[in-house]
Write a protein that binds this ligand. Structure first.
Ligand code: ZN
Ligand code: ZN
Length: 612
């Protein structure tokens, strides 16, 4: 689950850097808010609107220019998405850079204002809102959230250098020359970083130390080796060595500067709290997630959903207890009984040697279920390639979708599954119990069919660069989570109680992500409090819960994207069902929903309602 779409994590990181008031494109008229659209209004909508081609062409030109300028200003991010025009540039995050960023985003926002959205066709209109949201986000990050002042892990150069070194987009010697040019900026980059960091948090400082120490290895290891083995001239190699030395010394200097800083803030108590508090959290939530709800409303919704699911699990426990524990009395505490059942049946899992093969075998079964039940359109032209994760991409065990970037749309989509080779017997057993017989099926629904992979195939048809670059994370994750429940409700697995019990456990994880993220960042939930919630109320293992606590102290809002997107998609479906009655068709709903690309759910909702 961790890293499908490299771009997604970048979006999260980017978002970590950015917007303003919230003139949400989702502002709805009263009638839309109540879901009441009267009949005459509906009939008017049936007249197909003719859009002014000139205005739309002008907007397309505007967004293409904006993206080009964006890459110019963010050359490293461009490399991540496969756009290499500025690959020898490293932008310096200094005062002048920050000011330029503000000027740029304000200028773009003003230019956007000059367009009349009602003149744009649906695809351009949604691009419009996405771009506006991006610009607002970026302004918010620089002017209000200011993580450049308190999050030293914002500064780390290794990733992009690694991509240039390891991606075969031009001859290796040329890539090395690019790297050589790019390294020139490193000392200045870290100078700017040190000047920016005024009020670091302890957690982000520790993370930055750890990550930058890790970065050193790339320069002294893989890069140095590649350079030595290259066809560069003797002089080039000498210059290269000199520049590697300057680069590593800049990184080392940054690390020791951070170590001193850490000692100092720990000693004098001047560290900034990693919790961003309610006001910033609400704003960041509005901009990053792009929900129709406030963060607080979402939190309340997650609480209610958690309670509902505990109730459903309780009923399943009543049913399953006698089957597995005939001779034992069921504990009074339902949560304890549920936990015992989950632990007991988790021993049903595939053999470790067959892990990759069983994932592979499941994909056609899922596709068959989807098409036999006419749940949505599947594209046979672009089959998913299931493979063992390439060595250089392993790090986490697990499975993830590896999709081609927006500039390489013709490439294969891979479902990377990591074999359990690196595990000892105990680790493998524990992993296999977690991804047991039932959870593994739900994981495949989520990652592949009809989750992330299927959504990607549909979104590639909408051909919007804006949406593939700035796609909405809550929509993307929400869709994958939505399909898990949809498949089970449509009868995948024949309503087997064990499958539903495991599904609820899995689903509680995304609900709990939302609950703890809000509680930690806004209401000051402690580590122990968070662990208790995750372990006792969401049946998580301690290691998982501790990892999640750490993540929730280092990021804000992103953990809520899964549940927000999912619950909004589900609510939209139910809304349309109620509205259309007999005319509602599930496949049509899914196909139309996916046709807008990775746009925020509230925007898709508006477009779907408008198309009725
Ligand atoms: Zn076992
Ligand atoms: Zn996912």
């Amino acid at each position: 689950m961790k890293k499908h779409l490299l771009t997604l994590s970048i979006i999260a990181a980017l978002a970590a850097c950015s917007p303003a008031e919230k003139p949400k494109p989702t502002e709805k008229s009263e009638e839309q808010q109540t879901g009441k659209i009267d009949a005459p209004a509906l009939e008017q909508k049936l007249i197909v609107k003719v859009y002014d081609e000139k205005i739309n062409a002008k907007f397309i030109k505007f967004s293409a220019d904006l993206i080009e300028q964006f890459w110019q200003k963010n050359p490293g991010y461009a490399v991540y998405v496969g756009y290499y025009k500025y690959d020898d540039q490293l932008s310096i995050p200094d005062e002048a850079g920050l000011k330029a960023e503000i000027v740029f985003t304000k200028e773009k926002l003003a230019q956007l204002q000059a367009f009349d959205v009602s003149e744009l066709n649906p695809s351009n209109a949604s691009d419009y809102y996405i771009l506006q949201n991006q610009m607002q986000s970026s302004l918010f990050n620089v002017e209000e959230l200011k993580s450049h002042q308190w999050d030293p892990s914002n500064y780390n150069i290794a990733g992009v250098f690694g991509v240039i070194l390891n991606t075969d987009y031009k001859a290796k010697d040329e890539r090395l020359r690019t790297i050589f040019k790019r390294m020139e900026f490193v000392p200045e980059y870290y100078q700017a970083a040190k000047a920016n960091i005024t009020t670091p948090t302890i957690n982000h400082t520790k993370l930055a130390i750890q990550q930058n120490q890790g970065a050193l290895g790339l320069f002294t290891g893989a890069l140095h080796t590649a350079m030595t083995e290259s066809n560069l001239s003797t002089q080039e190699k000498a210059d290269f060595n000199f520049r590697i030395a300057k680069t590593t010394s800049a990184i080392n200097d940054y690390v020791s500067w951070l170590e001193d800083k850490l000692k100092q803030i720990e000693a004098d108590g001047s560290a900034k709290d990693f919790r961003i508090g309610e006001a910033l959290y609400e704003k960041k939530f509005a901009l990053d997630i792009y929900s129709s709800l406030t963060a607080k409303q979402l939190f309340d919704k997650a609480e209610a959903e958690k309670n509902r699911i505990h109730g459903e699990m309780g009923k399943l426990a009543d049913k399953l207890w006698p089957k597995y524990f005939a001779t034992q009395v069921m504990p009074d505490n339902k949560l304890v009984a549920i936990k015992a059942l989950i632990d007991h049946i988790s021993v049903k899992h595939v053999e470790r040697e067959k892990f990759v093969a069983s994932v592979k075998a499941q994909i056609p079964q899922l596709e068959k279920f989807v098409s036999e039940n006419n749940l949505l359109e599947m594209d046979a032209d672009k089959p998913l390639v299931v493979r063992e994760t390439p060595e250089y991409q392993r790090g986490f065990a697990g499975a993830s979708i590896n999709a081609p970037g927006p500039y390489d749309a013709g490439a294969n989509t891979y479902y990377n599954v990591t074999p359990l080779d690196a595990f000892n017997d105990d680790q493998a057993e524990s992993y296999l119990r977690e991804y047991n017989h039932w959870i593994l099926q739900i994981l495949n629904i989520h990652e592949a069919v009809p989750g992330h992979y299927t959504q990607l195939v549909h979104s590639n048809k909408s051909k919007s660069l804006v949406k593939s670059i700035f796609g909405n994370g809550a929509m993307v994750e929400g869709w994958a989570v939505y399909t898990e429940r949809m498949m089970l409700e449509q009868g995948y697995g024949d309503f087997e109680p064990e499958l539903w019990l495991m599904y609820y456990k899995w689903n509680l994880r995304v609900i709990m992500n939302s609950i703890i993220d809000y509680s930690i960042q806004v209401t000051g939930l402690s580590e122990q409090g968070a662990l208790d919630l995750m372990m006792n109320e969401a049946f998580q293992e301690e290691a998982e819960a501790r990892g999640k606590w750490r993540r929730a102290t280092l990021s804000q809002v992103q953990l809520t994207s899964y549940f927000t997107g999912y619950s909004e998609i589900y609510a939209l479906r139910e809304e349309l069902k109620a509205k259309l009655g007999d005319k509602f068709n599930l496949a049509n709903f899914h196909n139309q929903f996916l046709s807008y690309g990775s746009a925020p759910v509230p925007i898709i909702r508006e477009m779907m309602l408008n198309s009725l």
